[in-house]
Design a protein around this ligand. Structure first.
Ligand SMILES: [Zn+2]
Length: 127
């Protein structure tokens, strides 16, 4: 066995090992990126549902009106928010009225909430 032969085998082995490591790093990197994006999207979707006022405010004849965005699709008993897709199984009319009143009373908090909600929609690529 001469020295040149041994070196060639070593070099070949080194190249193969290197190639395998590069592929392994690439695969795990792609996997992590996908996982990260999935987690991030879920996170944004949850935040969107948290910040959504689940309704619209409109002003007509100097009267501020708040209309609930919850809608019950035909054939279902649950309610879906038209703005954030939040699904709730039951809506208590009194609770909903109270919630709307609270939102309207604190207009600053309401507009801040709308602002964050819009930012999140943009971040999530919905608008
Ligand atoms: Zn909503």
């Amino acid at each position: 066995m001469n020295i040149t032969e041994l070196n060639l085998t070593d070099i070949l082995l080194f190249i193969i090992t290197l190639a395998i490591s590069v592929i392994a790093i690439k695969i795990s990197f792609t996997f992590n990126i996908n996982e990260y994006l999935k987690t991030r999207k879920k996170d944004i979707d949850n935040k969107i549902k948290n910040y959504c006022p689940h309704g619209h405010v409109s002003v007509s004849d100097k009267e501020v009106k708040f209309q609930s965005a919850f809608n019950s699709p035909v054939g279902t008993t649950s309610y879906v928010c038209q703005r954030c897709q939040l699904v709730v199984s039951h809506i208590d009319e009194n609770n909903e009225q109270e919630r709307i009143l609270r939102l309207l009373q604190d207009s600053k908090a309401y507009s801040r909430r709308e602002k964050i909600f819009h930012k999140l929609l943009k971040k999530g690529g919905y608008i």
